[in-house]
Design a protein around this ligand. Structure first.
Ligand SMILES: [Zn+2]
Length: 170
């Protein structure tokens, strides 16, 4: 078990357009295992590779989030293939701890990806899981959940988070 430090939202790696994964090798398996351990320890619902400083198109998500069971899976080169509906809901991010905001997301989505065995996988999701998948997908494109909020609201949250970081340093 290896935990990796989670980068905060001011680290430039969180703004990176992450690179397509070409090979599923030992390094990627280790990355995936570490991401699962790090997510469980945080604890969080999901984690994108760039949140631990690796700008590649990989994220892990807890598929059991709606039923309170841990079932973390790794999605490689994921793509959202369908989106339906819109709903507002509370959202947070492991890279912006203790900051929560209402964010609009599609209610239902379809996502495809590759698993660690190189097989094509496809999921339909709704509710919290759909929200989590959209949130992690955004990370791979360098987007943070507060980007969709108005500037005033975002600046308030940023100030709050900066203050918290400062308090931790002292
Ligand atoms: Zn996040």
């Amino acid at each position: 078990m290896a935990l990796r430090p989670i980068k905060n939202c001011f680290d430039p790696v969180l703004r990176k357009q992450c690179e397509i994964v070409k090979n599923i090798d030992g390094e990627l398996i280790t990355l995936s295992n570490d991401m699962i351990d790090t997510t469980l320890a945080a604890p969080g619902i999901g984690l994108a590779a760039n949140q631990i400083g690796v700008p590649r198109r990989v994220f892990v998500v807890n598929m059991g989030v709606e039923t309170d069971t841990d079932n973390l899976i790794t999605l490689i080169n994921p793509e959202i293939t369908a989106m339906e509906g819109s709903e507002s809901g509370k959202e947070g991010c492991l890279s912006i701890p203790d900051v929560v905001a209402e964010v609009n997301r599609a209610t239902q989505i379809e996502i495809k990806a590759i698993d660690l065995n190189g097989n094509d996988i496809r999921y339909e999701a709704s509710g919290i899981l759909a929200r989590a998948l959209q949130h992690e997908m955004d990370h791979l494109n360098g987007i943070l959940f507060w980007d969709s909020l108005g500037k005033v609201r975002r600046d308030i949250l940023k100030r709050k988070f900066k203050k918290k970081l400062k308090e931790q340093e002292e």
